[in-house]
Ligand binder design. Structure first.
Ligand SMILES: Cc1cc2nc3c(=O)[nH]c(=O)nc-3n(C[C@H](O)[C@H](O)[C@H](O)COP(=O)(O)OP(=O)(O)OC[C@H]3O[C@@H](n4cnc5c(N)ncnc54)[C@H](O)[C@@H]3O)c2cc1C
Length: 319
């Protein structure tokens, strides 16, 4: 807390992955941090995610590449401790053309192209690489525990204006995801609806990403089952499960992995990705010295970018 009052040094608005990791980074540099959130962390979009390291639906590329490379390293370190719920996972991505644009891969160690013998029938190219996966039901509680142990206080509160937290701390970081649309009157933000199923799965040798079909097709092995998806419906704000989407997802997935046909569906969930033409990460310096930093609009890449973006938030505070 500031020496002069009970005020925290910084208030982070939002307890999705972006808010939690930002709070982590700020408390690590010695700031007294509060997190204000409308929803419990388990009710956020972040709780629905797969959550594999893979840049998807986030711009601009140069900044996304730098943020995701930083996050990759950080998550790889966390994967060394099983308590964190992060593990390294082999993933295969397949393409229907010979020269896929692997813009995100330049800083990713160990990426190999599949040989013609390894390539599944019907595809022209493929890559295999080990990437971090966050087991959300373990990772999110681990983040929350760590934050609380370091004195970060959580306040359940819906903010109707950013002036409210700015009246209570000199530094405010806006990590409200799609909520920023109303808070900042930011019409650039759009929901991209994602539906995923968790199915009972036998052992899979690798995760799978195929973006060449009539909808995204992925399989992410986790301790609590196989997360299979998905949808990416721009502007669709329905939070209800669509049975037609579930059927289409299972159809695409079982075309690639027939052994999964008839697998028990353990859960079906929907989340709205906070998509923007560019992630908004910038500082508004107020004339009274207060600073409002925006950190939202991470689209389909919140877990992939969180640590890199939090690092930039910390940098903005020192500049
Ligand atoms: C189906 C699906 C699969 C995905 N898979 C992956 C994946 O494999 N890898 C990956 O990297 N990403 C994935 N994503 C994307 C990822 O989930 C998002 O990018 C990420 O959750 C965004 O995090 P966030 O913290 O910005 O937003 P959120 O998780 O939505 O959190 C926003 C927070 O702000 C709070 N808030 C909002 N408005 C207010 C207000 N007015 N007052 C107070 N609090 C407020 C909310 O209560 C919440 O706590 C996936 C998303 C979906 C839907």
């Amino acid at each position: 807390m500031s020496a002069s009052s009970n005020q925290p040094d910084a208030i982070v608005i939002g307890a999705g992955v972006i808010g939690l990791v930002t709070a982590w980074r700020l408390q690590a540099q010695g700031l007294a941090v509060e997190v204000w959130t409308r929803d419990e962390p388990e009710q956020t979009t972040s709780a629905v995610a797969g959550a594999i390291w893979y840049p998807f639906l986030a711009e601009p590329r140069e900044r996304v590449a730098a943020w995701s490379a930083f996050t990759f390293q950080r998550l790889r370190e966390l994967a060394g401790d099983s308590d964190t719920g992060v593990h390294m996972q082999s993933v295969v991505e397949v393409f229907d053309h010979d020269e896929p644009d692997l813009w995100w891969a330049s800083d990713v160690p160990g990426l190999v192209r599949l040989s013609n013998e390894e390539l599944p029938v019907g595809y022209r190219a493929g890559v295999r690489v080990d990437v971090p996966v966050c087991e959300v039901p373990v990772h999110m509680p681990w983040l929350l525990r760590g934050l609380r142990q370091h004195g970060v206080r959580f306040v359940q509160r819906e903010v109707s204006s950013l002036e409210q937290p700015l009246a209570a701390a000199n530094i405010v970081v806006n990590c409200t995801g799609l909520g920023a649309r109303e808070l900042c009157r930011d019409n650039e933000l759009q929901a991209v609806r994602g539906q995923v199923l968790r199915i009972k799965g036998s052992h899979m040798p690798h995760a799978w990403i195929d973006d060449t079909r009539d909808g995204p097709c992925y399989v992410i092995p986790r301790a609590d089952g196989l997360v299979v998806g998905g949808t990416a419906q721009m502007g669709d704000e329905r939070l209800t499960v669509d049975d037609g989407d579930s059927e289409a997802i299972l159809e695409r997935v079982t075309r690639a992995f027939p052994q999964l046909r008839g697998a028990q569906v353990l859960a079906t969930r929907v989340g709205l990705r906070p998509y923007r033409s560019t992630v908004r990460l910038e500082c508004e310096q107020r004339s009274d010295g207060r600073r409002l930093i925006h950190n939202y609009g991470h689209g389909g890449s919140g877990y992939t970018l969180a640590w890199g973006c939090a690092e930039d938030v910390a940098l903005l505070l020192t500049s």
